[in-house]
Design a protein around this ligand. Sequence first.
Ligand SMILES: [Zn+2]
Length: 375
Amino acid sequence: MLPDIEKLLELQVADKEIRRLQDEVAALPKRVAVIEQKLAGTKAQLEKAQSAAKGDETNRKKFEANIKDLQARISKYRDQSLDVKTNEQYKALLHEIQFAEQEIRLNEDRILEVMVNVEAREKEVKAAEAELKAETAEIEKEKEDARKVTAEDQKKLTEWNAKRDGLRQGISEDVLRQYERVAKFRGTGLAEVRDHKCMGCQVMLRPQTYNEVRNGEKVMICESCSRIYYYNPANEVKPEQEVVTVTGRKRPRPKADAPQAWFYRPDYGEEGEVLLVFTNSGGSSTRRIYEMHTGRQVGGVLQREGPYRQAFPEDLTEAALRLNGHWEEQEIDEWGSEIPSNALDLLHKDILAIRREHRAHKDHSTSPAEQTAVR
Ligand SMILES: [Zn+2]
């Protein structure tokens, strides 16, 4: 591996750790703020319960005062009743007395209601007080923890920053600039090449590019995502794993008579690697061509008389690999000038599966079933 790439890998670790520490430091005050907000809520609840208790007390006093007034009124009526001259006057006073007594009972009932309330209220106040105490303790602990973690993080940040500065000095200037520019926009500046693919953007590498990356003689950049490539032989898919994949899940064969057919051509004139899709409809057929790595359409839609096998014989050379894949023509029209990434991914996976099959076929003359039996 090139020394620049080795250092970049270390730099990437440092960058990630620095970002993680910075995020952690930034998140701590937010966590404290959340608890403080909860604390304020509990305080408000306690105040509400306390003021409700105070209101009960006021009400009780008011009802007791009412009763005193009514009792005074009754004794006044009783005094007056001694001096009445007519039966009607006596009846009217008696009526007033009865009414006042009824009012006294009503006020007594209300006092009882308040007394029952007071018990519930006291519980509420006590619970809110206990919660407030617990939360106050929690926030103190949380603040203390936050202070400690922040101090530790700051110390680690200083160390990592020093390490990062040291690493940066050892890396060629233009390579470092490329790494930082891409990392700023994509989050990472490096991409592993594994199984012929850029793990940063999932694009397949041309065989020559792949070999160059594996040889590790110069710094190479992904044409699609601009990340700097690195290759780790330990992560490459082992032939045994491939056999398992091939035997475990056999690649389905596309139907020969399907009305739509996708092909991969590695050698399509100036374009190099392309994907072709033919669709039969009515008495004619259409052809669309896409750049294999980016999925960008090359040229327009070509329509010819007859089914595609007869209409486009010049495209269906020996090198053309038939792929799995089917989308309605209307959907393909809606794609516009680019195959969407999920569809492109499926087509790439199928190309990969074909290559694996070919390789497994070449590497293992014995059948996978026989190999399993030997082990
Ligand atoms: Zn890439």
